[in-house]
Design a protein. Structure first.
Length: 96
């Protein structure tokens, strides 16, 4: 796998700039281009991970409520929950 081709540049103060050729204005309020497409893909991935985390947490809670908190299914779900939570953390998304 090749390394990602960055569309941003990190500044010394920790902020980021988007390269000009990665965005183009389409009207006075919006931009389009490769950077916008990548941002949309990132936001879609975050929504999916958040949804899966919520669904997994609900399943764990249901198993705990039925007294099946020590089963292998619960352990697998806890591992999945940890995976989704770690993904979101690495994406810079924290619980609110």
């Amino acid at each position: 796998m090749e390394p990602i081709k960055r569309m941003t540049e990190k500044q010394s103060d920790g902020t980021y700039l988007i390269y000009a050729n990665m965005l183009a204005p389409i009207n006075e309020n919006a931009f389009a281009g490769p950077a916008a497409e990548r941002l949309a893909a990132f936001e879609n991935a975050v929504e999916i991970a958040q949804s899966q985390l919520a669904a997994t947490t609900a399943k764990i809670d249901a198993l705990k409520a039925s007294g099946k908190a020590r089963g292998s299914s619960t352990q697998q779900l806890v591992a999945q929950k940890l995976t989704y939570a770690t993904m979101l953390h690495l994406m810079g998304i924290e619980d609110e």
